[in-house]
Design a protein around this ligand. Sequence first.
Ligand code: PEP
Length: 261
Amino acid sequence: MPQRPYIVGNWKMHGTRAMLSEARAIDRAAQRHMKVEVAIAPPYTLIHPVHREAEQIGVGAQDCHHADGGAHTGDISAAMVADAGAKFVILGHSERRQNHGESDAIVHAKAQAALSAGLRVILCCGESDKTRESGRAVSFVKKQLKASIPVDHEALANGSASMSGRITIAYEPIWAIGTGNTATAEDIAEMHGEIRALLVEMFGEEQGGEVRILYGGSVKPDNAADILSTPEVGGALVGGASLTADSFMGIALAAAEAAES
Ligand code: PEP
């Protein structure tokens, strides 16, 4: 059965308690669009307050540390965000990779820690403009994903691993994030098709075929319909346009319509 489109808001470093009214409005609107799975990842400080009030939307974190605990001043473990009410965590966002020097190996370790803590993982990948211009976008993204996604070979071999519900991929070309530029439908379809092929290679036909692949990068209500009806696009990871209920739910509505058409 095809999964519901997944529309996830990444609030980044935006939001104090004054933003809770926006989260409430998103939650109320999501109750009217049950054909779409809606979630937000607010800053750490708002995870618990949003979780306490949300009836419909999923609540997640924007990152977590790979260690269970210890001398890591300022960091937060996967178990801690789960304890605050997070059900998923976004990992490997390009802003973390760039601003905090996160390598594929670190993202891999974080993903492992998050899955062990019972969190779902949204794993981000995406190329820079230089890489795209050099014609290496597909090979770069595939290499990044291969090195970042944890695979439990033993569980896969004995059929007990269920990756499709636990891992979501978000393809976010770096040059499209927060710029107003979006990849063309052709480029998105090509990249998502390549990511699908890689997932099938890693997890087999059934499980690899079910992992949702989101697109992210300047998704707005007015371009969402085109992007979300592109082959292999299972939803969107939304930054700027997720900060108000009006624009975010405009995207969710486009997802509902694309799913019905
Ligand atoms: C993001 O940061 O994940 C993102 C896609 O941002 P924006 O929608 O603002 O481009």
